[in-house]
Design a protein around this ligand. Sequence first.
Ligand SMILES: C[S@@+](CC[C@H](N)C(=O)[O-])C[C@H]1O[C@@H](n2cnc3c(N)ncnc32)[C@H](O)[C@@H]1O
Length: 243
Amino acid sequence: MSTGKENSNTIVQRDRVFYGRRRGRRLRAGMEGLLDERLPELAVTLPSEPGAVLEPASLFPDGTKEVWLEIGFGGGEHLAGQAAAHPDVGFIGSEPFMNGVASLIRHCEDEALCNVRIYPDDVRDMLPLLPDASLARITVLFADPWPKKRHHSRRIIQHESIAEFHRLIAPGGELRLATDDMRYLRWMLARATAHCGFRWRARGPSDWRVRPEDWPETRYEAKARDQGRQPAFLRFERLEASD
Ligand SMILES: C[S@@+](CC[C@H](N)C(=O)[O-])C[C@H]1O[C@@H](n2cnc3c(N)ncnc32)[C@H](O)[C@@H]1O
């Protein structure tokens, strides 16, 4: 039972449920070995002391220009592609699905990436511990759309999460969202544009119907296209307080 005196993070974690999968098909021995060997050194550990903060820049070597967060990276194709293209940026990926975590570690090994850290769990446990303006970009690609009305509260994009992303992204930074579900697209747009601290960067339809060049494709996007669904790509600038 809550005493009401605990760190608020503790209480939130206790009330929260993660509805996705943590494990899928049994991993091949090599992938399981990679996970056991590399995850301990790549994993982000949350501080447990009440009031403690996790400074994202402290996870990376000196000289790292800024830190980007990708939430629900799936197989890690997009995160690994960005990390390879931006070696001076530190990347944190959050993903509770361990097969996806193993896949990202495989990418890091194959492409010798040194600028990736992994939070192998529900991102909502980590976000409240990050200081204001400590990230330059947050990316959420093809988040589960939870189409049934009674499940809409499970969607990761909510007014509250948009406000939290706004707190975390430094002015001038960017929020990137993608979806292939038109109802979720409307939902995302309604929430992101309702926040006066974000400006949608699109000037015309091609700005959101065509994936920008600096935006590697994910496995989920490829599957959506194969099945005839047209994805949408949204970029929002995090404005200065006075803008
Ligand atoms: C539909 S998949 C898309 C994966 C990937 N972004 C892609 O485009 O291929 C959504 C992913 O979000 C992850 N996810 C859902 N809720 C999450 C949360 N609270 N924190 C971190 N990841 C989450 C799921 O485990 C799943 O892998």
